[in-house]
Structure formats: structure tokens, C-alpha cells
Design a protein around this ligand. Sequence first.
Ligand SMILES: [Zn+2]
Length: 389
Amino acid sequence: MNSGARDPAGDDRAARERIREIGIDEARAIVAGGGAWLDVREREEVVAGAIADAVWIARGLLELNADRSLPDKTRPVVVYCAAGRRSLLAALTLRELGYERVYSLAGGLDAWKRAGQPVVSLAGGDPVFAPRYHRHLLIDEIGERGQRALSASRVLLIGLGGLGSPAALYLCAAGVGHLGLVDDDIVDESNLQRQVIHDTTTVGLKKVESARLALRRLNPLVEVTAHAERFDETNAMRLLSQYDLVVDGCDNFTTRYLVNDACVLAGKPNFYGSVFRFDGQVSVFCAPGGPCYRCLHPEPPPLGASPACAEVGVLGVLPGIIGTLQAAEVIKWIVGAKESLVGRLLVVDALATVFRTIGIERSPTCPACGDAPTIRDLRATNAAACGAR
Ligand SMILES: [Zn+2]
């Protein structure tokens, strides 16, 4: 694709020279013979109605997601959009990505519908979200309004380990519209005792890829973006800027302080969880008027002083409990539930089976969110205090 000044008409011409536009009968025959439908429209359009069994990748995410959704580049692909123009350009992109047999449906879904061809609502009819979200629609606090809010929300999960696994699964099942996954690690067999989004078949894959496969199987209505990078001071603000809120599923103090400070600076709530042996904690930090993590613990422990800086044991199910509580807080936040863990730290003792909450307040002397903060950018986060993961 050319950069700089664009000539849309020229783009169309170039695409038409290389991509064959086909009619409905030929398209159906290609798919019947083993080809795939690819819908490249935006999610709102797709939810309203699409061709049955179509693979959906929004046009803007094609380069990023084509490999995973359409791994066989020799399989014929019939691309469609609403009227046939975006699909033509998308088809050209696929060709450039190495797909061998790519076609564009002339006239798009409009022509398809005019010809009386069937369209399915991916969410299962009208009202839009039934039946997948039926049990949410029955709850007054969620209902269709809350479900639409979930669908419109964008959540960044930092870490796809023990906490991120259940959080991602439940947020995906709940219909959060867009999940961003940040992790640079790969799935190891020793992870599977607690990191339930991964499984034996994905050992060796990047965690964000493994998680994305699982989430796609669970709920294809949810858009998932994999950021296969380590969350650090160079990418933190860029990543946060693309999302409404953050789920902290990290496993080390370096990242935890960085997540906190970035959330304070960006003004985004931080759904915090942590686990150690049989003990877990959950809270919501960086909410308007509420405390941040540094209000509790102003500075990281010195290098090597904290057991969490080294490899420690954890009861496998405990991150399941804590990560699920983080997801519950996220969902309540998005739908506007009155009660939350803002201003409270939930402490879980899984050995004694005791849950208790401790009131916490914003500290006026907090270096991050206090009245005279000293942390004004991420270079000042003191993030190197605990180097180990
Ligand atoms: Zn604070």
C-alpha cells in the first residue's frame, strides 16, 4: 500500500487489475468447494448480520490477524464487505500476504441481500445479544444497556499467566468487545498447573497467541489484539492509550509499579490482583478519588528482598479465584454497578478459607497520585528496584 498522499480511485483501479470480482453464484461454488468467506467489515456491521460461517477480520486488522484466522494460504478466500470496495482492497492485501486464490464479492453484502440470500446475525437475532448473553440480559444491573457497554469496551490485560488466564476467559465470555493481550513469554509446561487459558497443545507458542486461539474458540464476537511484547516504560503509555482500563496480571514488582504509575498518568483504572502461595489480594486502583498501589506501598521492595522477586510456589487454583474476582470487578465497572473494590483491598487466605476486606484511602503524600506527586513520567518509576521477573 502506498504511503503519503492517497488516490482512492487509483487504489481501486490497481486492485481491480489484480483481484477478480465475482458474482454470488461463483462465490457460493468456491465456498462449497472448500473456500472460506472472509468478512472485513467493522464489528458493528458484522453483529447486525453476516454470511453464515464467515471468518471475520476487520479490514484494519487484516495484516495482523490473517495468519491465525486463515492459516492455509492455498485455500480460496472470498472476501466481502458491505458494497464491494473495502473487500477489493482487503483482497489485494491478502494477495500481498501470500494468499494464492483471493476473490472479492462484487456488490458485497448489499448485493447478496438483494438477491435474497440468507444472512445470520452473529449475536443470534434481535435483540442483538440474545441468546449468547441471555443470562446477562436477565439481570437488571446489566440488561441490554450493560451488555452494549461491555461490547463497546476495550480492556488491556497485562500478563497472560495465572491471573490473566481466568480474567481473559471470563471477560471474553462476558462479551467485552475488545481485549488487548500483553505478554512476551511463551507457554511452558510448568505454567499449565494454573494458567488455564493455555493447554498441552499450545506449549511453545507465545502466550498471547495461545490465549488468542482459546478466546476465539470461546467467543468469536470478541476482537482480540495480541501485543507480543513486554510491558515496559517504552510502550506503556502507547498501549494504555488504546484501552479503557487495565487488568494487572503481572507476576513481578517491576511491572506492577509500572502498571500503577502508567494508570495514574493515563487516568485509567487498574484492576489489581496478586498471589503468593495460599494468599491473594484484589483491588481497584487509580479510580477517580480512590487510592493507587503506591498509596499502600510507596516504593518497591529492594532488589532480592521480597519473596515475590524469586520463583515461588502458588496454589494452582488461587490465581483462578483472584483473576476471576478481577474480571468480576471489571464487568461491574463497565456496566456501572454501584459497589466495587475501589477503596478496599480484598485479602484472600485460601488455606484458612477466609476473605476479608481492608479499607484503603488515597494518600495525600503518595508519590504517584498524591497532592504533590514526584512521579510525573515513567522514567521516575524506580522500576528497576526489583529486576527479576
Ligand atoms: Zn497513590
